[in-house]
Design a protein around this ligand. Structure first.
Ligand SMILES: Cc1ncc(COP(=O)(O)O)c(C=O)c1O
Length: 393
């Protein structure tokens, strides 16, 4: 009789349980909101990327419904065959205007935008110079490209410069950084990396997944925040976080976008978004322009919550964004802190290896524009109580 060739999976899962790293998927009942129903419990939700609360904004809902009525539920094909609808092109025009670039191309997700773009731009003779904490999608794209990968210490532009300076002058090189680092909430060393790219003629790419809708004028991202327009060759963003819908995009020159139309494998080989996703994303860009109060509230809440955590004595690292980690070190302790918070009515995800280094486990918090002061105060009180109980503070 045939044995179970997947038996090793149970061994691995058992090991995760033993290490306290096994995670059951939590289930959201109803909408993605600041105060949400999760696993049958009402909790202050500090775990979504719904920075501006746009997942439930009436304008996005309405436009998605209208698009379904007008165009149907799906697109039915990949973009390069029959799956490019006028609404996809309209979204790309709007994104290019938003990012102040010549053109933009939309992918199915931020993950595929990063991975597909890095793998398309670089080949086995090239070099990728990458911040050590860059997102998994960048790392996967770099591996797929087969280029040499040289990692520089987090935010250390001098180290990146030393790597690039040691390359032959004719070497094609890509310097790449997250705009906002998703686990630490700090900003990439973008201005200094721009200088390195200028000095050596390297390509510069930024993944602004957590910066679009959060940093810069009207949420244009870190390139706008640092006033670096025209100096970053490849800007990636997502539509899945502050924009409140789904997808990723690349903004840059016309040649870059046309090249990606021909060479980015997720664009070529995976079906395009349902029209409702494109419609909701367009509506979100309009909201960013018409309703600046969401960004203002996001930042007021961010300042309030960060200063509250610091006042209680938590180690929150070097965050400069609405993502604030509460660093505890040990993964099992991070998971216990997260579980006890949940029992106390606060959902803040525990994060351990391999997402972060083994000794840098944490509970990650993300505030949104739609949290009330009372909700944030409730969460701060719970953090203080449980943090003391577990000896974190
Ligand atoms: C820094 C970063 N880049 C890219 C992504 C992928 O974006 P998406 O969820 O749209 O695939 C994420 C998170 O999911 C992220 O945190």
């Amino acid at each position: 009789m045939r044995g179970n060739p997947l038996a090793f999976l149970d061994t691995e899962l058992h090991a995760l349980r033993e290490q306290g790293l096994y995670r059951r998927l939590r289930v959201l009942h109803g909408e993605q909101r600041a105060y949400a129903q999760i696993d049958g419990r009402s909790v202050v939700n500090l775990s979504s990327n719904n920075y501006l609360g746009l997942t439930t904004h009436p304008r996005l809902r309405q436009r998605a419904i209208e698009a379904i009525q007008q165009y149907g539920a799906g697109s039915g094909s990949v973009r390069t065959i029959a799956g490019t609808m006028e609404i996809h092109l309209e979204l790309e025009r709007r994104l290019a205007a938003f990012k102040r670039t010549e053109a933009a191309v939309v992918f199915q997700s931020g993950f595929t935008a990063n991975a597909g773009t890095v793998a398309a731009l670089l080949g086995r003779d090239d070099v990728i110079v990458s911040d050590e904490l860059n997102h998994a999608s960048i790392i996967d794209g770099a591996r797929l490209s087969r280029a040499a990968i040289k990692v520089f210490p987090h935010r250390d532009a001098a180290a990146a410069r030393a790597i690039v300076a040691a390359l032959p002058r004719t070497q094609r090189a890509l310097i790449i950084t997250d705009g906002v680092f998703s686990m630490d909430g700090d900003l990439g060393a973008l201005p200094a990396l721009c200088d390195v790219a200028d000095e050596f003629g390297a390509i510069l790419m930024v993944d602004d997944a957590h910066a679009s809708g959060v940093f810069g004028r009207e949420g244009r991202g870190t390139v706008d925040h640092f006033d670096l327009h025209g100096r970053v060759d490849v800007q990636v963003g997502t539509l899945s976080k502050a924009i409140g819908s789904l997808g990723g995009y690349v903004a840059g020159s016309k040649s870059l976008i046309e090249f990606l139309y021909h060479r980015a494998r997720p664009f070529l080989f995976s079906t395009s978004h349902p029209p409702s996703v494109a419609a909701a994303s367009i509506a979100a860009l309009e909201v960013l322009h018409d309703e600046p109060e969401w960004m203002a509230r996001l930042w007021e809440n961010t300042r309030f919550f960060k200063s509250g955590l610091a006042a209680h004595g938590f180690d929150t690292g070097h965050s400069e964004s609405p993502i604030t980690p509460v660093l505890v070190g040990d993964a099992a302790l991070a998971m216990r802190l997260s579980d006890r918070l949940f029992e106390s009515g606060v959902f803040a995800q525990g994060i351990g290896f391999p997402t972060v280094p083994p000794d840098r486990a944490r509970v990650r918090t993300i505030v949104t524009a739609t949290h009330t002061r009372d909700e944030l105060q409730f969460a701060l009180d719970a953090f203080a109580r449980v943090g003391r109980e577990l000896g974190v503070i």
